[in-house]
Design a protein. Structure first.
Length: 499
């Protein structure tokens, strides 16, 4: 902490700094460089002045985001300016924004940069003239090619004032009401629904693309529910994000919000994870394949309805990455978060699955403890005809190809009527010997095949068995035999003795 005016040589900063008043001179000409993970805070009624034409350089990397919280004044003399780095993984799509004023598209000169226009539902490639401005508060789509630099540098003056945004709604387009915004500050801003956001007719969910997992993270400030690891409303510096208006017909007089400087936070982490209270009646279904993953949420809230609720539900957004996608449906709407009124009215929830590519996938269920302990919860795999008690085993591995029917899974909040747990079916089979016969008592609806072997493994006979009592006669048999019953529900083997 510095409390007086002085001249200093500071080249690399690797820790949090809180400035009261400081005049900095760097005779080497390298400027002030803050290493990734550093928070710079200029408090109210204080100032940081960089002299002799030097720059303040906020460095970035894969694990952190830039963090300059300017509540006081940051000034330069001699032609210096603020430089905010943005690290971009190559050969991936990113949604970005400018964290300084007066920056242009030239910052992304070696990359593919696109803006989005809601009224026409068109992405436009921005490449000329390079003096086109990067609009403060707007998000952009960018593809970093293999031979592009690792870093983009935003040069200019830091944004430290509220940014008002008017959203558009064009009901004639397929993506009516979707607007691409961006964090205008060189630090985190918190999407928390505070009154300072001045939100009018905008849904409370934000959508942020995570290139590493190949899917979108979401956060809803009303429900406090996020997906794909999002546990709060933190939007990192240089991060773009999607919002959607509360309706898609445009019948409200205004659709707007204000990105408020009052909700800036000093946090250099790209995703600030924190502990939270146990969610009630919230089931999380995630699917994983190698580095890619996706998650959807099924939840229940008495305030919700059976229709799409813009205050509670979240749409499923897709990407061009070959990642898996799992989601539920509400009418024609694909949902990554589906909050319904009650379990009793929604005992079966179909789940859609798109593998993105052929392969083996791992599905995992979390949140079972948030429901009443006596409530059955089953996973149904319609393709493989498997029914699994998730309270016994919340993990499921399966194979899928891109040509599979996407209506593959269902969550049952009951022991499904007409469907018996396959494990229970096989356990309920009764196999025993009576004189020269093998008797198999099978439950209702059972169908399978029986094979009998002697102890050396020689096949003796076979038979197709159905529900009820099945008799299989073995003339002249005596001694120990192995009876094997096979059905779609599994295999059961018994050793019997025929006198």
């Amino acid at each position: 902490m510095f409390a007086k005016t002085t001249k200093m040589k500071i080249i690399n900063i690797t820790y949090s700094l809180i400035f009261l008043m400081l005049v900095v001179n760097t005779s080497s000409g390298q400027g002030i460089k803050t290493k990734p993970g550093t928070n710079i805070i200029i408090n109210t009624s204080t100032s940081l002045k960089i002299v002799d034409g030097d720059n303040l350089i906020i460095e970035d990397d894969l694990n952190y985001s830039p963090s300059l919280l300017e509540k006081g004044n940051l000034t330069f003399s001699g032609g210096g300016e603020l430089e905010v780095q943005q690290y971009l993984e190559k050969d991936e799509w990113h949604i970005v924004s400018s964290s300084v004023g007066n920056e242009t598209i030239e910052a992304y000169f070696d990359m593919y940069l696109y803006s989005y226009d809601e009224p026409s539902d068109i992405f436009t490639n921005l490449y000329a003239p390079t003096t086109l401005p990067l609009n403060v508060g707007e998000g952009y789509l960018v593809w970093s090619v293999a031979d592009a630099p690792d870093y983009v540098t935003h040069n200019g003056t830091s944004n430290n004032s509220d940014v008002a945004v008017n959203l558009t709604v064009t009901d004639a387009t397929n993506n009516s009401g979707w607007n691409l915004l961006g964090n205008p500050f060189p630090c985190v801003v918190d999407w928390n629904g505070n009154a300072s956001w001045a939100i009018y007719n905008v849904s409370p969910t934000i959508y942020l693309f995570d290139a590493a997992m190949g899917n979108y993270k979401t956060w809803n400030y009303i429900t406090g529910i996020g997906t794909n690891g999002k546990t709060n409303g933190y939007i990192a510096a240089t991060q773009g994000f999607w919002v959607r208006t509360s309706d898609t017909l445009g019948y409200q007089p205004t659709y707007s919000l204000k990105i408020p400087a009052s909700e800036r936070i000093a946090s250099a982490t790209t995703e600030f994870y924190k502990s939270c209270n146990l969610e009630d009646n919230v089931l999380r279904i995630s699917v994983h394949k190698e580095n890619y993953s996706d998650e959807c949420v099924i939840a229940f809230n008495i305030e919700a309805t059976q229709e799409f609720d813009s205050d509670y539900d979240a749409y499923k957004l897709f990407s061009n990455v070959p990642s898996p996608h799992i989601y539920s449906m509400c009418g024609n709407a694909r949902l990554t978060v589906n909050i319904m009124n009650s379990v009793e009215d929604n005992e079966i929830i179909p789940l859609q699955f798109n593998p993105g590519t052929d392969g083996i996938f791992d599905l995992h269920i979390k949140g079972l403890e948030s429901f009443a302990p006596d409530l059955p919860v089953y996973l149904e795999d319609k393709k493989d005809q498997v029914l699994q008690d998730l309270r016994e085993n919340p993990d499921y591995t399966f194979y899928s190809i891109i040509m599979d029917d996407q209506d593959r899974f269902a969550i049952h909040f009951t022991n499904p009527m007409g469907i018996i747990n396959p494990t229970d079916i096989m356990e309920s089979l009764q196999i025993y010997a009576w004189q020269n016969s093998v008797i198999v008592n099978a439950p209702a609806g059972f169908e399978g095949d029986l094979n009998i072997y002697d102890l050396p493994g020689k096949h003796i006979t076979s038979s197709h068995i159905m529900e009820g009592k099945n008799h299989v006669n073995i003339e002249g048999a005596q001694g120990l035999y192995i009876v094997k019953v096979t059905s779609e529900g599994g295999i059961k083997t018994e050793k019997i003795y025929i006198q």
